[in-house]
Design a protein around this ligand. Structure first.
Ligand code: APR
Length: 174
């Protein structure tokens, strides 16, 4: 089941939330900042420091610490450079790798923010079809993941997902 909701990803009680991180896993603004604040800056920063970093397109796992979510999958999306620098393939690999890691961990429920669509400047109209395509492809294979939530910070983004999902409902947070 895939759904798009409008809300704050840090409030979701799911097996894992995905973070839109940077290569140093150093924390930042946007959803990354919100996740660090809600999880507990000190604990999450220490966990990220121990991992070291994460190349663009890849993902890394930490605990969720004080979040209602049990774990955080840190995904590093590409910075948008106009579309000619492999950005679409790198964004696709974020979603693919996050779904693969969630499956490996036996997670049943997972929530994604719109990776790269904030500070990193990826046009949402191009990012949303990639996100939906990759999640659908992963769910079409045998996987423990049963529920994927695209958690959008604003109504316009949620509407883009809703349209891409073909009218699948906008629902309230779990
Ligand atoms: N819940 C859900 N979505 C959120 C939240 C939240 N609490 N806060 C922000 N967002 C949305 C933004 O509106 C945007 O659509 O997440 C999307 C991703 O935006 P960014 O957080 O700016 O992420 P990104 O574009 O991938 O840039 C990553 O920003 O904060 C830094 O450390 C981060 O350097 C990295 C860069």
């Amino acid at each position: 089941m895939i759904e798009a909701i409008e809300g704050d990803i840090t409030a979701l009680r799911v097996d894992a939330i995905v973070n839109a991180a940077n290569e140093r896993l150093a924390g930042g603004g946007g959803v990354d900042g919100a996740i660090h604040r809600a999880a507990g800056q000190r604990e999450l920063q220490a966990a990220c420091r121990a991992i070291g970093g994460c190349p663009t397109g890849e993902v890394r796992l930490t605990l969720g610490f004080r979040l209602p979510a049990g774990a955080i999958i840190h995904a590093v999306g590409p910075v948008w450079h106009g579309g000619g620098a492999g950005e679409e393939a790198l964004l696709a690999s974020c979603y693919r790798n996050a779904m693969a890691l969630a499956a490996e961990q036996g997670f049943a429920s997972l929530a994604f923010p719109a990776i790269s669509c904030g500070v990193y400047g990826f046009p949402a109209a191009r990012a949303v079809p990639i996100a939906v395509r990759e999640v659908r492809a992963a769910l079409a294979r045998p996987t423990p993941v049963e529920r994927v939530i695209f958690c959008c910070f604003d109504a316009a983004m949620a509407e883009l997902y809703r349209r891409e999902l073909g009218g699948a409902g906008l629902t309230s947070p779990p």
